[in-house]
Design a protein around this ligand. Structure first.
Ligand code: ATP
Ligand code: MG
Length: 405
């Protein structure tokens, strides 16, 4: 199999990775990034500049990889994404569950009443029940008369998905698959043990914060909040009266999620708006702007976790990923709010050029490519996930991708 290309189109940047997937993971051959200017809170609002960003990132990755990219697997984000739990029931046809029965029961489960403007993105099996036997992960071959599936379904607004595919087409790419960005990130950063024991993956990007809760090896809850690192930058720009681009640099260089513990006398240089002179301000002032916003984001996440009903099922704690997870001290603030162990998740399973993507901001792109290898082959053979029904984390959306053309 040749190389697979993935495009993670985020509010902050378009990120392309190209690599070959085998049982050990991804051997990267190319990476390309470009600032993304056409998205707001995860959703494309300007086609032309989005296409330009995609083309730039693709061209950079092509140069590095020395190949042409014609097809991609891509991510989708935004607060229009919804996760719901559903279930389906069918009669077992020949006294023993077959792969056809499993397909039918998943179809039954996905047949939730969908408004006309929404589409199913993923059908993620949680467990199967055969007659009265619950908690079955591998139903095929088990005898019974009644097969039931519990699933987590992720739906997206059709228009948002359509615009994403249109932008890729205009950039000269055909789209093999569209995946929820945070689910892809989960593939790249979580361990099977974490998914099993229970974990909250929190992907904090530039425009959105995504939450995916796992327990018993499968997705139990997912949600997207329209808040991210861009809001920190905007708060800094307003609070320190400095241009947004300078606020972004200051955040990355001096930003800290906790104001306590910073030297009272430490100071930072802050460029002014217009041609006024730069000012010297206490470092504390910067961190006093950042801290409440970070706390606000985590409080909203905590509310979502409460809503999920799984707050007592997160034995492996919380994993933070996405570019904002690079903010100094953020894990500390998260631990204070969630009262759970927190770690920062950078992509695993990269076997070549790994230092190029050793950052939480590449998690979704690497996850897409791991699953992209799966898409190209019918059976997933990679080490990261067992090839069980539940390991098969995503349902292909190819039918509705085809509907677009
Ligand atoms: N060192 C750093 N400290 C703090 N924030 C950082 C740092 N590096 C990057 N960021 C922030 O990470 C964010 C970008 O993260 P990421 O690339 O995951 O977002 P995205 O996927 O483009 O956006 P989204 O997923 O929200 O649509 C930006 O807001 C950026 O300011
Ligand atoms: Mg993102």
């Amino acid at each position: 199999m040749g190389a697979v290309a993935a495009l993670d189109l985020g509010t902050g940047q378009a990120c392309v990775v190209v690599g070959e997937v085998d049982e050990r993971g991804v051997a990267l051959v190319g990476v390309g990034t470009a600032p993304s200017r056409g998205l707001r809170k995860g959703v494309i609002v300007d086609v032309e500049s989005t296409v330009t960003s995609i083309q730039k990132a693709i061209a950079e990755a092509e140069t590095m990889a020395g190949c042409q990219i014609r097809r991609v697997v891509t991510s989708i984000g935004g607060a229009h994404l919804r996760g719901v739990t559903s279930h389906g029931v069918v009669a077992v046809r020949n006294g023993e569950v077959s792969s056809g029965d499993v397909r039918r029961v998943l179809d039954a489960a996905r047949a939730v009443a969908l408004p006309a403007d929404r589409q199913v993105l993923h059908v993620l099996p949680q467990e199967f029940l055969i007659d009265d036997q619950e908690g079955i992960k591998e139903p095929i071959g088990i005898a019974g008369v009644r097969l039931e599936a519990k699933v987590h379904i992720v739906t997206s607004q059709s228009a948002a998905a359509h615009t994403l595919i249109k932008c890729c087409r205009q950039a000269g790419l055909s789209v093999d698959d569209v995946s929820l960005g945070s689910l892809a990130a989960a593939d790249a950063v979580l361990t099977p043990e974490e998914r099993d024991l229970g974990v909250a993956l929190i992907d904090i990007g530039a425009g959105t914060t995504d939450i995916v809760l796992f327990h018993g090896g499968s997705v139990r809850y997912s949600a997207t909040l329209p808040l991210g690192g861009g809001h920190l930058t905007n708060d800094i720009a307003a609070g320190l009266r400095t241009p947004t681009a300078e606020a972004e640099k200051i955040k990355q260089r001096y930003g800290r999620a906790r104001a306590a513990g910073i030297d009272d006398h430490a100071s930072i240089e802050v460029p002014s708006v217009g041609d006024r002179d730069a000012r010297i301000l206490p470092h504390q002032v910067l961190c006093q702007i950042i801290e409440p916003r970070v706390e606000e984001i985590f409080s909203l996440v905590s509310r979502e976790i409460g809503r999920s009903g799984f707050e007592d099922g997160l034995a492996s704690g919380v994993v933070l990923t996405g570019g904002t997870a690079l903010l100094d001290g953020i894990a500390d603030v998260a631990e204070g709010i969630f009262r759970l162990p927190v770690r920062i998740g950078s992509p695993h399973h990269v076997t070549a050029l790994e230092d190029l993507v050793a950052s939480p901001s590449y998690a979704a792109a690497i996850g897409l490519i791991l699953a992209g290898g799966d898409h190209a082959r019918p059976v997933r053979r990679m080490a990261p996930h067992p090839t069980t029904m539940l390991g098969r984390t995503r349902e292909r959306v190819t039918e509705w991708l085809r509907d677009f053309f």
